[in-house]
Design a binder for this molecule. Structure first.
Ligand code: PLP
Length: 375
């Protein structure tokens, strides 16, 4: 039996999203910029999807810029902000997704900005006071994610956004792992830039959105036909955007909290030396990241894979690389322990049976590997 427990990497595309994409691709295949009937029907689908997404996020439709995903949305905000800022300091948490960390590091180096990385506490949560203490009149941008993709820990974004507003510091909140997993009201949050991705909520891969607060300057690198109000030229991917809109609000990860909690309870009961990261702090409901001492995470992952369980040993975007998780390391977890870690992220179809079967399999694999190592 195969069990997919890697929803933070991506989740299966929902039937409603596939239907919406099929409908858009077959019945509205014109170019939304064309003035004729074919263009107008594509435009209608695009506008409807834009309105639906804007409504869900509680923002104006005109503040959305569709992108090829969360990575591009983060890149767009960072380049858009830093390329027109005077030389200064960028404050960013050390647990951001690589699409923020790498991009910030690149542009800071190219443009001569100073980079200030704020480490989280041991529990995986950034201390809002420590983060805000780094903001000053030289700060040209700040970035803090809404929820971390590896630990699931929810970050104090509201306090940081409020502090940034007082100092007029543009702020990016990466909301990719928050969407569908908690209440997301972008207007109430008030960040200058907020990014999302469709495939984490059952929409298609390769489409995302950057929400830019009205009046916030954002330079563009994608010049051409002037689509997306001149912010990202290029013919819009109408079927993908339609699929994104159709997927919104369908998954409710909050319902899997009992499954995740049951999994962790049984895990600790059967493997008392396991450490669950972020256990004592607010996390999104579907995520569990833990260290199994003395075991290699990649080996566990492969053994679980053989038994039909798909889990992650670190961030999806960096899997394949053998470097230990930068998130765990920033939390003060040693390299060995970081390499002994797994991330399980449940989806709405999972039940206590799946959680129990995973623990049973982990126990079996560990004793097998210990036996093979002569321990
Ligand atoms: N930000 C976070 C927090 C993520 O978890 C991911 C993907 O794992 C991304 C950004 C990138 O999104 P995409 O895969 O749509 O480029």
């Amino acid at each position: 039996m195969q069990r997919y427990l890697d929803y933070n990497a991506t989740c299966p595309t929902l039937g409603v999203a596939l239907e919406a994409m099929h409908e858009a691709a077959t019945h509205a295949s014109g170019n939304p910029s064309s003035m004729h009937w074919a263009g107008r029907s594509a435009r209608r689908i695009l506008d409807d999807a834009r309105d639906k997404i804007a409504h869900y996020l509680n923002v104006e439709s005109g503040s959305l810029v569709f992108t090829s995903g969360g990575t591009e949305a983060n890149n767009m905000a960072i380049f858009g902000c830093l390329s027109i800022a005077k030389k200064g300091k960028v404050v960013v948490s050390a647990i951001e997704h690589p699409s923020v960390l790498q991009t910030i590091a690149y542009w800071c180096e190219r443009l001569g900005h100073e980079l200030c990385l704020v480490r989280p506490q041991k529990n995986g949560q950034v201390d809002a006071k420590a983060f805000c203490a780094e903001l000053d009149e030289r700060t040209v941008m700040a970035c803090l994610m809404w929820a971390n993709n590896e630990s699931g820990v929810i970050q104090p974004v509201q306090q940081v956004v409020d502090a940034c507003k007082k100092l007029s510091v543009p702020v990016l909140v990466d909301g990719v792992q928050a969407l569908g997993k908690m209440q997301v009201d972008v207007h109430a949050l008030g960040a200058d830039f907020t990014s999302f991705s469709a495939h984490k909520i059952g929409g298609p891969k390769g489409v995302g959105v950057l929400v830019i607060r009205r009046g916030v300057p954002c330079e563009t690198w994608a010049l051409g036909g002037g689509q997306e109000r001149g912010r990202r030229s290029g013919t819009e991917n109408v079927p993908a955007v339609a699929g994104f809109a159709a997927a919104l609000g369908v998954l409710n990860y909050a319902d899997v909290e009992a499954v995740r909690d049951g999994f962790e309870e049984k895990l600790l009961a059967n493997m008392s030396d396991v450490t669950i990261h972020g256990f004592d702090v607010e996390r999104v409901a579907n995520t569990s990241m833990f260290t199994v001492p003395g075991m290699d995470g990649e080996t566990l992952l492969m053994q679980l894979d053989l038994a039909g369980f798909a889990v992650a040993s670190g961030s999806a975007c960096s899997s394949g690389k053998r470097e230990p998780s930068h998130v765990l390391q920033a939390m003060g977890v040693g390299e060995r322990a970081a390499r002994s870690s797994l991330r399980v992220s449940f989806g709405i179809e999972h039940t206590a049976d799946d959680a129990n079967a995973l623990v049973d399999e982990l126990v079996r694999i560990r004793s097998l590997l210990k036996h093979m190592a002569g321990l």
